[in-house]
Design a protein around this ligand. Sequence first.
Ligand code: NAG
Ligand code: NAG
Ligand code: NAG
Length: 307
Amino acid sequence: MKSTISFFALVGAAYSQTQYTSTASSAVAAARATALTLSPTSSVAGNTFDRFVQIWLENTDYSKAIANTDLAWLASQGISLTNYFAITHPSQPNYVAAAGASTYSITDDGFHRIGSSVKTIVDLLDAKGVSWSIYQEDMPFSGFEADWKNSAGATDYVRKHNPLMSYDSVTSDLNRLAKCKNFTMFNKDLANNKLPQWMFITPNMTNDGHDSSISVAGKWARNFLTPLLSNPNFNSARTLVHLTFDEGSTSGTNQVYSVLLGSAVPAAKVGTTNNTRYNHYSLTKTAELNWGLGNLGQNDVSASAFF
Ligand SMILES: *[C@@H]1O[C@H](CO)[C@@H](O)[C@H](O)[C@H]1NC(C)=O
Ligand SMILES: *[C@@H]1O[C@H](CO)[C@@H](O)[C@H](O)[C@H]1NC(C)=O
Ligand SMILES: *[C@H]1O[C@@H](CO)[C@H](O)[C@@H](O)[C@@H]1NC(C)=O
């Protein structure tokens, strides 16, 4: 009996790495009805902040983004990091790096699976009891592992813009898939005061500028963040928001817009700039130092933290 149970546990674990990849409408409807969704909370005190919110927009050079009225306004509400760089091109390895502090040799936007022994920031967060969730606009249900188009046929959610989905250490764990959620769940978690302490937010392919323009992305970011910054369920914990872009244009230096906002930014620093050299590896490093998480032994070790 014992061996039967462990056999099925093993099969279940292996199967779950790709169980939510079907885009057939019947499969999606079934999963929508049954997929586990979790909204964990916690209050592990950090050194500088108690909540870390990372939001990524798409494919714009620093000079172009900072010239956008809405993004310039957001920069004036916090600290503008004026020497911040993406890691590489194209999109996907940058997102992968945000969670794992390495690109794991991924050089394209295809379907990748990184072996289950590879750890990410969520292993470190889980070990310290720091709650986390990923919020991806228009993901059809929690834990969905493929790409998704809206009813008019336009792509709105893509796996390549999800920092955790390529890691088998996430996709083989149903409790982790259950924390990869959509904006319906973000709004629910916000309204119920159930937001986690660490989160990563990706707007859809229109709102992030990928299939639109910098003015659409800038407007989205300002409209999304303005009410949140005055919402106690979002900003009353010492909240640090980091808004940036996955990458610049392939012809540029890969310097990208990068702004720190939220109640964790000291009043004296609002409207200032900081010219320290940072990059996407600074994200794991900043969380690690803030909550005393240790490290992943990757590029996070030598990265500079924001504080
Ligand atoms: C978002 O995910 C939840 C949980 O899986 C699901 O019930 C809901 O239908 C999804 N919302 C949209 C707009 O797809
Ligand atoms: C992206 O989301 C917005 C609402 O935030 C919606 O109006 C738009 O149609 C969505 N884009 C796609 C391609 O689904
Ligand atoms: C950016 O500047 C460096 C060097 O002066 C400081 O050490 C950092 O604390 C500072 N970071 C922020 C977020 O202001």
